[in-house]
Design a protein around this ligand. Structure first.
Ligand code: ATP
Length: 216
């Protein structure tokens, strides 16, 4: 038998009627893959990256702020000009900070509204940047997906067809893996040694047991 996911949490009580869980991990760790397994188990999942893209394309306060700070060129044909915006912010840490300070609160707010609409024992928000954005404050528990750096590098290079330097540049913008995993309450290992599905099922069952205990 392989190693079980580390379940380093005690669930005593939580404020909202439904448990709100974060799911995070470094680039290429397999967060999305793990999130899809939870979905198969019937757990609602909020994909923060997709939600942020949708929010940025909608007319509203977020779009106005982006135009105000980064210019009208940020949109072309009413759609976010991702290539332009990426070029503007990627190599400038101050501009990265600024765009994050605009996008993160909007996504956190949107996720909070989404959680409020779910009717299941628990729901998950999948996001690369949870601790970096301070989003853990609106979550009851955070699950981390852990994978060795070499594997994460290989997966990201293959999936996105980019160079090692390209992946490294993205990795540098994230909190380091060890620190991130230390801050998580539950860790799922996606190291291609431990089977993924049994770990997700174990976490799911333990969560349901804990939720039932809190409610009884
Ligand atoms: P990112 O933050 O970069 O979006 P992620 O953490 O969401 O990444 P995934 O998209 O789930 O990671 O996985 C990255 C790539 O690695 C995908 O192409 C996925 O199919 C592949 N992958 C993930 N886990 C495994 C695994 N256990 N075995 C084989 N391939 C895997």
């Amino acid at each position: 038998m392989g190693e079980s996911p580390i379940l380093n949490f005690t669930l005593t009580s939580y404020i909202s009627p439904m448990l709100r869980i974060g799911l995070t991990g470094g680039i290429g760790s397999g967060k999305t893959t793990v999130a899809r397994i939870f979905e198969v188990l019937g757990v609602p999942v909020y994909f923060a990256d997709d939600a942020a893209k949708k929010l940025m394309n909608e007319a509203g306060e977020l779009k106005n702020k982006i135009i105000q700070h980064f210019g009208a060129e940020s949109y072309a044909d009413n759609k976010l000009n991702r290539i332009y915006l990426a070029e503007v912010v990627f190599s400038d840490p101050e501009k990265t900070k600024l765009i994050n300070s605009i996008i993160h609160p909007a996504t956190i707010n949107d996720a909070t509204l989404w959680f409020g609409k779910q009717a299941s024992p628990y729901a998950i928000k999948e996001a690369a940047l949870i601790f970096e954005a301070g989003a853990e404050k609106m979550l009851d528990l955070v699950i981390g997906v852990s994978a060795p750096a070499e594997l994460r590098m290989q997966r990201a290079m293959q999936r996105d067809n980019i160079s090692e330097a390209g992946v490294l540049a993205r990795m540098e913008k994230q909190m380091n893996e060890e620190e991130k995993m230390n801050r998580c309450d539950i860790i799922i290992y996606n190291d291609e040694k431990e089977l993924l599905i049994p770990q997700v099922i174990e976490v799911h069952e333990r969560l349901l047991q804990n939720i039932e205990r809190v409610h009884n």
